[in-house]
Design a protein around this ligand. Structure first.
Ligand code: FEO
Length: 396
């Protein structure tokens, strides 16, 4: 037997919990991942999303405890990324008459992924689907975070099936926000936003506007717990993150070959702290990219350092800067530093990358040959302090 949970009258959580998954295409997931799917049993039977293919058996077993899967009338595909759709071909074999409900971009994506023609029901913004007691209304959310993305809203029970939006990578045996430690849930929601949705910041406000036009008893994402007690808290956080809110904290991200750049990082940190901002230090060989980006989400400043190797940054730093450029954080100021041997290059390279990432650059002139002397160390400290003061001034 599986422990199925009826989250509302006739609405069941039937997805899978991937307790041991620690890496989701590069996003580190120390608390595992869930692939949530929901079964609505009304006059019509509707499955909201599927799961990642290796969990098909679990999904089918959960559904079979409630109804014969062949009775499914509709499978809503809110988003076609394989963590939500790769079980679809197997489910369609069990329910070949089911209509697959999705956006036109979703249809194109399913055809290109699975190369099978299903009975597609293409929906657009504002369309609805009668299920019996209740109906589903569709809210398109293009580029949050794929072109096909949408949410489905169940009237009557007032549940927003939001797919990736409002998700968190965390495994729990309890399905609701108030049954778990809320600080853990909010931390994972923030990390999810930072690593998945940050590049689409400018679209968040519009999507929230649509979601907030309907009464909400629950937000049921396709990753993590279901929001029912802290709905306003997570909506407010999305509004803040989408608007580019930041505080006056700073993150320092670096890697160092023989310790000279590391010493600079620590002296800059001391200066930032003396300047009154809170500050965190991340060495790229020991911190995960996903955690660094989570810390960046609400930080106002980022100071980045690397030793020079082959006239450029260390390879760890190259990976970080590429990731940062893709995320395009908004409303941040930044600076570069680093030590070099016979020729420099890392600092210039970092500065170019920060600019290309949309970060407003503060000139530091903190590039030292070999190891900084006392005067150089003091310059690092002073720069950190000035950086903090500048950041605080932008908040006033
Ligand atoms: Fe959870 Fe974009 O897939």
């Amino acid at each position: 037997m599986m422990h199925n949970i009826e989250i509302a009258q006739g609405v069941y959580s039937v997805g899978a919990v991937d307790w041991t998954m620690r890496n989701f295409h590069g996003y580190e997931t120390p608390r595992g991942i869930t692939y949530n799917a929901y079964l609505i049993v009304d006059e019509k039977i509707c499955l909201i999303d599927t799961v990642k293919a290796p969990f098909t058996k679990e999904l089918l077993e959960r559904i079979s405890q409630i109804i014969d899967p062949s009775r499914i009338d509709y499978i809503v595909c809110n988003h076609t990324e394989p963590d939500h759709s790769s079980a679809l071909p197997a489910i369609m074999e069990k329910a070949p008459q089911a209509k697959v409900v999705l956006t036109s971009q979703g249809k194109e994506s399913i055809l290109k992924h699975y190369h099978k023609e299903y009975d597609f029901l293409v929906v657009k913004e504002g369309d609805s689907l009668e299920l019996g007691r209740n109906k589903l209304k569709f809210i398109t959310m293009p580029m949050l975070h794929w072109p096909d993305s949408m949410a489905s809203y169940l009237t009557g029970e007032e549940i927003l099936f939001s797919n990736d939006a409002f998700g968190q990578h965390i495994c729990t045996s309890k399905r609701f926000d108030d049954e778990n430690v809320i600080t853990d849930i909010m931390h994972e929601a923030s990390k999810y936003y930072a690593n998945i949705l940050m590049p689409y910041n400018r679209l968040i406000g519009k999507a929230l506007g649509k979601a907030e036009t309907v009464p909400l008893k629950m937000i049921a994402p396709s990753h993590g717990i279901i929001w029912r007690t802290h709905i306003q808290d997570i909506l407010k956080k999305y509004e803040q993150w989408g608007s580019g809110y930041h505080d006056d904290s700073v993150i320092i991200v670096y890697d160092s070959m023989w310790g000279a750049t590391e010493d600079m990082a620590r002296r800059i940190l001391e200066g930032v702290a003396a300047g009154g901002s809170s500050v965190k230090l991340h060495r790229l060989t020991t911190s995960s990219l996903s955690d660094i980006i989570n810390d960046l989400l609400e930080a106002g400043g980022i100071i980045v350092g690397s030793s020079t190797q082959h006239n450029d940054v260390l390879s760890t730093m190259g990976g970080f800067l590429t990731y940062l450029k893709g995320l395009q954080p908004v409303n941040k100021i930044g600076a570069a530093f680093g030590a070099y041997g016979w020729a420099g290059g890392a600092q210039k390279s970092i500065e170019e990358s920060l600019k290309a990432s949309g970060i407003a650059l503060e000139s530091s002139e903190l590039a030292f040959k070999w190891v900084a002397d006392k005067e150089g160390q003091d310059r690092c400290f002073s720069f950190g302090m000035e950086f903090a003061k500048k950041l605080q001034a932008t908040k006033e």
